[in-house]
Each structure stands twice: as structure tokens, then as C-alpha cells.
Design a protein around this ligand. Structure first.
Ligand code: OFO
Length: 184
């Protein structure tokens, strides 16, 4: 009896997305370490927490593939790109990464529609909504930086943003507890 409820093509697409989420986590980790090194502890903490969120996204894909009786294939994760050159560049890159991730998720939504795989279509709706929130968050941060002067933003404005992001609540725990497991 066939117990794998995913098509081979859908299994491949979901496993690829699992790797993309892991790569997103690595990129956020590298930006967080860069921001800390630049002296922006609050921005760094925000980015560390976001790295954790991306890892939770990876776990959601892993769990779903297993729940559908299908096979998880853990792949190598590529190294993040170069460090940002400024806080504005950092959030530009964050925004670009989120848009590219949204596009990748939308491709799988389309595939699930074409395959009439309604369980996967339904599973992906959480991610469609999540990506709207993540793109909006990144855009709002870019707006704040632009208003503060963009590449020429004064130190005071960046320190204010640093303090604000350090306190911003989100789904993931603080970097200090980043090694704990907390699926969400
Ligand atoms: Fe930043 O998002 Fe995962 O999916």
C-alpha cells in the first residue's frame, strides 16, 4: 500500500524549501554577528531572534513532510553572502531575501494547486501570510532608516533604532536562549 501522500515532485519542492529556510537562518545569523561586531547589540539581537524564526520555519516543513508519510532529505546549506556594508544595506538584503523566499513559497503554492494537493496548499497558506508580515516588517525598517537619513543617518538615529529593535517582541526567544528548542 502506498503511504507517501506527497507526489515525488512535491516531496522535492518541500525538501528544497526546507533547505531554503535553513539558509535564511544562516544568513540572519551572519548578519546578527556582523551587527554585534559593529556595536549594534539591539539590531543584532533582533537578527538572532529572526534566525531562530527561520529555523522554526524549517522545522515546520520537516514536520509536514514526515506527517504526510514522505521522506525528509537534509541537504548541505550554502554559506551566506558577504557581510552588509551598512545598516541600510543590511535591511535591504533582509528585504531581498524575504521577497525571494516569498517567490519560492508561491511557486510551491502554484504547484500544489496544479497537482490538486489540497493538504499542501492549505499547509502553505500559513507561510503565505507569514511572508506578507515579514516583507512588511523589513519594509518598515527600511522606511525608518530612510527617514533617519539612509546611508547618511546620524549615529543618534541608528542608536535609537538599535534600542527599538532590541526591545521589539516577536515569535522567537532572545538570542540568549537561542540554543533552546521551541517549535512554533
Ligand atoms: Fe523569513 O521566512 Fe521563512 O518562510
Amino acid at each position: 500500500m502506498k503511504t507517501d501522500r506527497l507526489s515525488p515532485a512535491m516531496n522535492q519542492a518541500l525538501n528544497q524549501q526546507l533547505t531554503i529556510e535553513a539558509e535564511a537562518a544562516q544568513t540572519y545569523l551572519s548578519y546578527a554577528a556582523w551587527a554585534d561586531d559593529q556595536g549594534y547589540a539591539g539590531i543584532s539581537n533582533f537578527l538572532f531572534r529572526h534566525a531562530h524564526e527561520e529555523r522554526n520555519h524549517m522545522m515546520k516543513f520537516l514536520r509536514y513532510i514526515l506527517d504526510r508519510g514522505s521522506k525528509v532529505t537534509i541537504q548541505a546549506v550554502s554559506a551566506p553572502g558577504a557581510d552588509p556594508t551598512s545598516i541600510q544595506d543590511c535591511f535591504n538584503k533582509v528585504f531581498q531575501q524575504e521577497v525571494s523566499n516569498s517567490e519560492s513559497i508561491h511557486r510551491i503554492v502554484k504547484q500544489s494547486f496544479e497537482e490538486q494537493d489540497w493538504a499542501t496548499w492549505n499547509f502553505l497558506q500559513w507561510f503565505v501570510k507569514e511572508q506578507v508580515e515579514e516583507e512588511t516588517l523589513a519594509l518598515n525598517l527600511l522606511d525608518k532608516i530612510k527617514i533617519a537619513g539612509g546611508e547618511g543617518a546620524a549615529d543618534e538615529a541608528l542608536l535609537e533604532l538599535n534600542a527599538e529593535l532590541g526591545k521589539m517582541p516577536d515569535e522567537a526567544h532572545n538570542a540568549s536562549s537561542a540554543t533552546e528548542q521551541h517549535p512554533s
